[in-house]
Design a protein around this ligand. Structure first.
Ligand SMILES: Nc1ncnc2c1ncn2[C@@H]1O[C@H](COP(=O)(O)OP(=O)(O)OP(=O)(O)O)[C@@H](O)[C@H]1O
Ligand SMILES: [Mg+2]
Length: 214
């Protein structure tokens, strides 16, 4: 079976990390070998970049372009060191966030020019993209209240509500344009979220089986 690359996207507190564990276990039950990773991060170097972009530094703001480039540096590292080698070995890969986060957060939230993101994206990743993106759609207020329940907030989680409203708008625009992005109603209870996840995974598995039939 061809290995697939699945990405989980959405605002803070939408339930991506919770879902990653559920999806990993569900795929393993289907005898599928799974490698999980996250963004920014996933490798030793990329995790160092994660710390840089998540923590505020006194008296020196991280410029918007620096933030975007650091995100792509971490992404290229994760892609070349973890994601592509795993797929080449026939292992499925699940990533907690991937490039859609840059379009949504740096493009929507921070209002960087989308054309600039596209240019950097093309240089870094070319045509490489996930087979399936599960977009966890949630009201920003609800997601943030869940994230607050987890403890101290990072540099992104401290943004104003408008930032997350703009971020969500870009996610929703991308969802409407790309049929490899599937919407998950993340405002529901965990059992109902999991039922939606199983449905999306079963659809992916069925499409694979039909491709394999002569
Ligand atoms: N469907 C749900 N209903 C209620 N609580 C949930 C649900 N899904 C996750 N949670 C809880 O909400 C909190 C945030 O979930 P999680 O960490 O999975 O979100 P996330 O999308 O990974 O957020 P972040 O982007 O900040 O990492 C956790 O405490 C989790 O247990
Ligand atoms: Mg998370």
């Amino acid at each position: 079976m061809t290995a697939k690359f699945i990405v989980l996207e959405g605002l803070e507190g939408a339930g991506k990390t919770t879902a990653l564990k559920f999806i990993t276990a569900w795929l393993q039950q289907q005898q599928i070998e799974v490698v999980s990773t996250r963004e920014p991060g996933g490798t030793v170097i990329a995790e160092k970049i994660r710390t840089l972009v998540k923590q505020a530094v006194a008296n020196e703001p991280l410029t918007l372009m620096s933030e975007l480039l650091l995100m792509y540096a971490a992404r290229v590292q994760n892609t070349d060191v973890i994601i592509k080698p795993a797929l080449a070995q026939g292992k499925w890969v699940i990533s907690d966030r991937y490039f859609l986060s840059s379009f949504a957060y740096q493009g929507g939230g921070r209002q960087l020019e989308i054309a600039a993101i596209q240019a950097i994206h093309q240089a870094c990743l070319g045509e490489f993209k996930p087979d399936l993106t599960l977009y966890f759609d949630i009201e920003p207020e609800l997601g943030l209240s869940r994230a607050k329940g987890r403890g101290a907030l990072d540099r992104f989680e401290q943004q104003h509500l408008d930032f997350f409203i703009r971020t969500r708008q870009v996610y929703q625009k991308c969802l409407a344009k790309d049929d490899t992005i599937v919407e998950i109603n993340a405002g529901l209870a965990i059992e109902q979220v999991n039922a939606q996840l199983i449905k999306a995974l079963q659809t992916l598995l069925l499409s694979l089986q039909s491709q394999l039939q002569p």
